[in-house]
Design a protein around this ligand. Structure first.
Ligand code: BG6
Length: 479
């Protein structure tokens, strides 16, 4: 039993449009970069190859994001299930390509907006606070193909137009926003958030850092729009955070860990949260061969004037750094692999499970920035085995979540200002890294397999009742 969680704590769950909505061309939606990503374990290998040019080849590949879990048609049923669990909030994203199908239009697609009108009203009907990611690994494909993705400065205007439309339309109903999902993930993989693959410059750090600069400016513009509409609206950044340990006490590895943290965990956050490029910027640029960025007058003051209000972040696993071993054992991970940590067990996909690392992450982020933090993704991707009634006894998932909630309670007692917790994929959906359905995170089982077979019907898992009890008891009953 713990009494750490405040009454207004935002318990909920998280999803992203491209991974569950489906209906990829319905009601005027345009193609997105996610729609061009083939399903299966080879997904990153295919889109990371020099040959990949954002073409959809249905004769050769399956595209599971096209169907998602048919949330576009079934959202009322899904929100009702979230309400049954007692969600206080629901984090979802708005598909940019539903609102601006090509990305560069002047006027939005009213039918796309009508869908989010309904989705948001459905949440509010149950007293569920919507938490909206403006751009979650889904930008109009046209912006990647015709404009070269975020390295092109014109993207700032297109994003600003998109953000202005949705903020104006929903600011009275939606109080919590995030500008870009896992913005720092581009360090290893710019396809998802920057629309850049090797064939359009995604293999060049000059482009990645230039694209980030444009995203930082775009993010600041979104904060400005939101605050001018209503200063009480809160806009966060969204970082992928991997607590990073030195493999041992060797100072060489300690320094390597410091640098790994600066490069991956802190660079983007420092700009978005503190409003300025960190002191170590030049050092990183030298290491990655980045020459001066194209920064125009007014950019830096915009960053300084409109930092984010809170820190949204995802946490699934920790990392270890070992530079002194020329051939260390490695492990897989959330868009980034690393050195295996002998003290940790890994998920079936090789992600190293580390609840204590979450307590550390919360303390590190809060100590560094002194702004509220919000865990907007966390969870265990696992192979569920449903019985003949489609019931999944997912004790392994309950164990994972319980340990992470216990770590959150510790961090709250450490003094961290933690706003809420939205476990990832609260309903099973298409995996971002592999495009698999069989990598499941949900409290709700969706009858759909990797080949797209199944009824798509929803079934409550054992973790559904467990999480309902956790929320009802305000995090006190984790049994
Ligand atoms: C995060 C993303 O990286 O992790 C989500 O924001 C993603 O979009 C989640 O789905 C889990 O990763 P995966 O690859 O297991 O789906």
């Amino acid at each position: 039993m713990n009494k750490a969680f405040p009454d207004n704590f935002l318990w909920g769950g998280a999803t992203a449009a491209n991974q569950l909505e489906g209906a990829y061309l319905t009601d005027g939606k345009g193609l997105s970069v996610a729609d061009a990503m083939p399903g299966g374990k080879e997904r990153f290998k295919i889109i990371g190859s020099k040959e990949f040019v954002w073409q959809i080849d249905e004769a050769k590949y399956r595209y599971p994001n096209h169907k998602g879990i048919d949330h576009y048609q079934r959202f009322k049923e899904d929100i009702a299930l979230f309400a049954k669990m007692g969600f206080k909030c629901y984090r979802f994203s708005i598909a940019w390509s539903r609102i601006f199908p090509q990305g560069d239009e002047q006027t939005p697609n009213e039918k796309g907006l009508a869908f989010y009108d309904q989705l948001i009203d459905e949440c509010l009907k149950y007293g569920i606070e919507p938490v909206v990611t403006i751009s979650h690994y889904e930008m109009p494909l046209n912006l990647a193909k015709a404009y070269g993705g975020w390295k092109n400065r014109q993207l700032i205007d297109f994003y600003e137009r998109f953000a202005a439309v949705v903020l104006n339309r929903y600011y009275k109903k939606v109080r919590y926003w995030m500008t870009f999902n896992e913005i720092n993930s581009a360090f290893h993989f710019p396809a998802l958030s920057q629309g850049m693959v090797p064939s359009n410059g995604g293999d060049d750090y000059q482009n990645i850092f230039q694209a980030w600069h444009h995203q930082f400016v775009a993010s600041a513009k979104a904060v400005k729009i939101a605050h001018e509409l209503d200063p009480a609206v809160q806009v966060g950044c969204m970082l992928i955070y991997a607590t990073t340990y030195s493999y041992d006490a060797n100072p060489i590895n300690q320094v390597a860990t410091l640098i790994a943290n600066q490069e991956f965990n802190y660079f983007c956050g420092d700009v978005q949260i503190r409003g300025q490029y960190p002191a170590f910027t030049q050092r990183i640029f030298e290491k990655y061969g980045v020459t001066e960025l194209d920064i125009v007058d007014g950019d830096l003051s915009l960053l300084a004037d409109y930092p984010v209000d809170y820190i949204g972040f995802s946490y699934y696993m920790s990392m270890a750094v070992n530079e002194t071993d020329p051939d260390p054992e490695t492990s897989a991970g959330n868009l980034l692999g690393g050195v295996s940590n002998p003290f940790l067990k890994a998920s079936e996909w090789g992600w190293q499970i580390d609840p204590a690392g979450l307590r550390i992450a919360l303390n590190e982020l809060y100590d560094r920035y002194q702004k509220p933090v919000f865990i907007v993704e966390n969870g265990l991707g696992a192979l569920d085995q449903p019985d003949e009634n489609h019931y999944v006894a997912d004790d392994y998932r309950i164990d994972y979540l319980r340990a992470h909630i216990e770590a959150m309670a510790e961090a709250l007692q450490d003094g961290v200002d933690l706003m809420g917790y939205t476990p990832w994929g609260c309903i099973d959906l298409v995996s971002a890294s592999t495009g698999e359905m069989s990598k499941r995170y949900g409290f709700i089982y969706v009858d759909l397999d990797d080949e797209g077979n199944g009824t798509c019907d929803r079934f409550e898992k054992k973790s559904f009742d467990w999480y309902k009890k956790v929320i009802a008891s305000k995090g006190q009953d984790l049994s």
